[in-house]
Structures are given as structure tokens and as C-alpha cells.
Write a protein that binds this ligand. Structure first.
Ligand code: BDR
Ligand code: CA
Length: 310
């Protein structure tokens, strides 16, 4: 089984991605790092701990990481995910203890233990990864594959007109990661908007499977659903982190990819966090990322269905 390390600002869609990863037979989640993003750090940690417990995976260590972006202030997305990040449906999200408070060190440790074989999947702002690179730049040489949920290839943002949340939340960390030499693969919010939407009829269908996990995965999308109705104009809700995880587990979920050079805007108020993709090679730079540009909707939903099935 392939070793995976997951870094997450755990809220509603991150939790579903964790469910998929923790229950998939082909991979072995060797650690979970928590970062501030969708919600403040302590809340994200409680949400990750609740999720691992729900799926009976107390054996997978959860480490708490960075409470704030590298240089800017934390601005959460509780308007999108709910005050508790999990749809405010009354879950008991307190009192659980993490296995450590140094997610940066935990990632570095995992990179040594699984050198040359670890897949890193990032589902939140890239702060923990940037701090790990700061502590030890050779990290990039030990991790052969890093799958990032972030950016928008079609430049339709979900937090500002130009930017996707994870990139916008800590753009300085994005730049550090883009410059690091890590073998990066991006799944942007455009992929979620096009290929990971769960309309109400499908949500009902998944919930009718009747397992506690299915009920949880659909139930916690309650506030996201309101945000989709009012702001992103999607029917039901979309699942950016889960389709990213599905692709990380099974790359054939991507039906089209491109190797591109990416840069991120860190300063402009208008376009902060916008990831510029040099499609036509104006910058004359070597590609630093593989970008997923199309994905297989049905294959993703099938993986989701299996993950919540028992
Ligand atoms: C990303 O931002 C967060 O709101 C989601 O958890 C996902 O990681 C989507 O833009
Ligand atoms: Ca996330």
C-alpha cells in the first residue's frame, strides 16, 4: 500500500477527503497534519480528530501545525463551512487530543521514514509545507509526489473574483512551495466546480445508503450548500478536497493534464492568491507543476460511494 501524508485545514469537504483516504485499500495514511485555514487551528484539529474516530482509525497520528499564515493574518472561511467548519449540525467537536503539536516536524519525519515513496496531499493553505521547507529544503528531494488542492485554471475564483481559497489564504507559502522543487500536481477549484458537484438528488441517494459515515459526509455540507446556492451558483454542493484525494489515489481520474510554469500573486489586493499559469510559455521557464484540466466525474462519485458504503 502506498504511503500518504495528508495536510488539511479540516472542515466539511476536507473531512470527506479524509474519509476516502482512511478507508481506501490501496493507500496507507501514515500521518495527518492540521493547518489553520477554513477554521482556526484548534477547530480544524478537533474536526480531523472527530473524523478519524468516526471511521475507526485512531491508529493514524494527527499532528497540529501552524496557526497562522507565513506573513499575513488568518482569514477563515466559516461563512462557507459553518462556525464549527462542519455545517453547524450539532456534532460534539471538542475534547479530543492530538498526537503532537508539531505538524511541520511530523511531515519532515514522514519524509525520512518513507523517503522516495511518500505522496503528500495538501487540502488547505500551504503554511505547514512552507515551514517544513524552511526547516529543511531537502524535503523536496525525498517526496516524489505532492498533490495540491488549489488554484483555478479558468480564473473563476471562489473567495475573490481571481483566487481560490487555499492559495489566497497564504500566497507566500504557495510561492515557497512553487519554488521548492517539489514534484507538484494541482487540482483546482475549476475541477471541483465542473466534476465534483453533488446535486440534491445525488446527496439524497448517497445518504440513503444509510451508514453513519454517509450521513456524516452529506450532513456536514449543510452550510456549504447555502454558500453554493447564494455565491457559487452550484446545485447542491461541490467537493474540492475529495476529488483531489480521489485523483491522488487514482490518477486516471484526471482525463487531461498539462505541465505548466506557475507563479502566484502575493501582493495585489485585487488578485492576491491568483495562480498565473503560463500556458503559452511567455515566461520561458521550465514547468514546475502538472495541472489537472479535466476529470472523470463518474469515477469520482463511484469512489465516494464506496468510501461511505459501510
Ligand atoms: C478549498 O478551500 C476550502 O474551503 C476547501 O476546504 C478546499 O480545500 C476550496 O477552494
Ligand atoms: Ca480544505
Amino acid at each position: 500500500r502506498r504511503p500518504f501524508y495528508v495536510d488539511t485545514d479540516t472542515a466539511s469537504d476536507d473531512a470527506v477527503a479524509l474519509v476516502i483516504a482512511l478507508r481506501h485499500p490501496d493507500i496507507d495514511v501514515v500521518g495527518i497534519g492540521v493547518v489553520a485555514g477554513n477554521v482556526p487551528l484548534d477547530m480544524a484539529a478537533q474536526n480531523a480528530l472527530y473524523t478519524r474516530e468516526l471511521v475507526g482509525r485512531l491508529d493514524v497520528p494527527v499532528h497540529v501545525g501552524e496557526a497562522a499564515p507565513l506573513t499575513i493574518e488568518l482569514e477563515t472561511a466559516q461563512n462557507v463551512h459553518g462556525g464549527d467548519g462542519m455545517g453547524d449540525i450539532g456534532l460534539d467537536l471538542s475534547g479530543r487530543s492530538a498526537d503532537g503539536d508539531d505538524a511541520v516536524g511530523a511531515l519532515l519525519d514522514a519524509s525520512h521514514r518513507y523517503a522516495g515513496e511518500l505522496t503528500l496531499v495538501t487540502l488547505g493553505p500551504l503554511t505547514n509545507v512552507a515551514r517544513a521547507l524552511e526547516r529543511d529544503p531537502s524535503l523536496a528531494e525525498r517526496i516524489p509526489r505532492t498533490v495540491v488542492m488549489g488554484a483555478v485554471a479558468d480564473h473563476i475564483g471562489n473567495v475573490t473574483p481571481a483566487a481560490e481559497f487555499n492559495m489566497w489564504a497564504d500566497p507566500h507559502a504557495v510561492q515557497a512551495v512553487l519554488d521548492s522543487g517539489l514534484a507538484l500536481e494541482f487540482v483546482g477549484w475549476d475541477i471541483s466546480r465542473k466534476h465534483a458537484v453533488v446535486p440534491p438528488a445525488l446527496a439524497d441517494d448517497l445518504r440513503s445508503i444509510g451508514t453513519p459515515v454517509a450521513d456524516f459526509c452529506i450532513g456536514i455540507q449543510r452550510v456549504v450548500e447555502e454558500f453554493c446556492a447564494t455565491q457559487t451558483k452550484l446545485p447542491g454542493f461541490d467537493l474540492p478536497d475529495p476529488i483531489t484525494m480521489a485523483y491522488a489515489i487514482d490518477p486516471s481520474i484526471a482525463t487531461e493534464t498539462r505541465r505548466l510554469h506557475l507563479e502566484v500573486e502575493t501582493e495585489s489586493e485585487l488578485t492576491r492568491g491568483m495562480v498565473v499559469m503560463d500556458v503559452l510559455g511567455f515566461m520561458g521557464r521550465e514547468p514546475n507543476a502538472l495541472v489537472v484540466t479535466e476529470a472523470d466525474n463518474d469515477a469520482f462519485i463511484a469512489m465516494l460511494r464506496t468510501a461511505v458504503a459501510d
